[in-house]
Design a protein around this ligand. Structure first.
Ligand code: FEO
Length: 391
């Protein structure tokens, strides 16, 4: 356990091993943060993922007898924050659980209808002694049940999923880790989890406007205490759909033809001084590519036709991106084929469904692109660069 402030402790667990979080590849693991407040009333904020219940209990016991816990605040019902509920209740039988109505019904679905839980409708805030807690519903940041918990006396926001990162580290605070890695993981986390929920995140930011925050105590990864404004301003830009003038090219290839086209387009874009990031979709995971798409102005997707359809890795990325719905992108599809095409058309349909504004493209060549076709691809890259630069 780690002291956050006098009598306020992090008692969560670090998951060094997790590499897949509902389809999102977590290269640096994660943590399930939980907090214990010792005041006249003793409060536990959030459970942890079920395999770590005993470790969470051990952390609590280092500070107090769990029977002394008066309240357990559940900010969100997803099992990474609720899985230890039954084991904790065994050792903390006197605790009153408090959650939103949606959270109550979801917890009962997961863990049984016998659970006794108070609603924040009846208890919008609680006095602890020297300190107090106020509950603020933030529906769909991440699930309909989500809320955040604010302690005005210490200006601490227990923000649950918002502002988190899947980042296992022995450092608990933003001043204890490399800030470049921290922002990289925060960006990847937002892109893979919160990007399609930008309206809800924007509403949450609005609800917190004017609320002084000195510590952002997240439920995953690092706690922001040195500079919470760093992540708050990043979120403000992301929910506004702000982009940077660069392009992402995501492609796959069967016999190297689509790759040649992708490289020619990339050269064309770069020839105008515009940055381009190129990903082979077999070599790169969807969750890493989508993190780069978050701030890109342009997204180009290409692949060969296989059995009259899209190449599997390209289909997977299109499905992933369609769900995450990146904002304010222009884009185009390209590809190659043997005797009958089809992949480019399907790719375009999926890109439109993902909300991307398509630039018409004729970059689709049979078998192997010749010099003239590669020149067309290069020129198309230049056209994309001009669009990025608003020329
Ligand atoms: Fe970290 Fe939505 O759970």
């Amino acid at each position: 356990m780690i002291k956050i402030k006098e009598d306020i402790y992090w008692i969560g667990v670090v998951d060094w091993a997790v590499r897949n979080f509902h389809g999102y590849i977590t290269h640096r693991g994660s943590s399930y943060n939980s907090y214990l407040i010792l005041d006249e009333k003793v409060v536990l904020i959030d459970f942890v993922k079920s395999p770590f219940a005993d470790e969470q209990i051990a952390h609590i016991k280092e500070l107090i007898d769990p029977k002394r816990i008066d309240y357990i605040i559940v900010n969100h019902a997803e099992p990474d924050h609720s899985g230890s509920i039954r084991k904790i209740l065994e050792v903390a039988p006197n605790a009153e659980i408090i959650a939103t109505d949606r959270c109550i019904s979801t917890l009962k679905k997961y863990y049984g209808t016998d659970l006794k839980i108070s609603s924040i409708q009846q208890k919008p805030s609680i006095k602890l002694g020297k300190r107090s807690l106020t509950f603020v519903p933030v529906p769909m940041a991440h699930w309909p049940d989500s809320m955040v918990t604010y302690m005005p006396e210490e200006k601490i926001l227990f923000s649950n999923d918002a502002f988190g990162q899947h980042y296992a580290s022995s450092g608990r605070f933003d001043d204890e880790v490399d800030s470049t890695i921290l922002m990289h993981e925060a960006t990847t986390y937002y892109a893979n989890i919160l990007m399609p929920l930008w309206r809800s995140v924007k509403n949450a930011l609005k609800a917190l406007e004017g609320v002084p925050v000195e510590i952002l105590a997240t439920s995953h990864g690092i706690i922001w205490r040195k500079d919470p404004s760093m992540i708050l301003s990043a979120y403000t830009k992301w929910v506004a759909g702000e982009t940077k003038p660069y392009a992402v090219i995501a492609y796959d290839t069967m016999w190297g033809s689509t790759e040649k086209v992708a490289r020619a387009i990339a050269e064309g874009i770069n020839s105008k001084g515009v940055e381009v990031k190129v990903f082979n979709l077999t070599a790169s995971h969807n969750s890493d590519v989508i993190a780069e798409v978050l701030e890109a102005k342009a997204v180009l997707i290409g692949g060969p036709t296989l059995n009259n359809h899209v190449f599997p890795s390209v289909a997977s990325f299109l499905a992933y991106m369609r769900g995450l719905k990146p904002m304010n992108k222009i884009g185009a599809a390209f590809g190659s084929y043997g005797w009958a095409g089809g992949a480019k058309k399907i790719t375009e349909t999926e890109m439109i469904a993902a909300g991307i504004q398509l630039i018409p493209s004729e970059i689709d060549f049979s078998y192997k692109p010749n010099e003239d076709e590669l020149k067309k691809s290069y020129d198309f890259g230049q056209l994309i660069a001009d669009k990025i630069l608003n020329k």
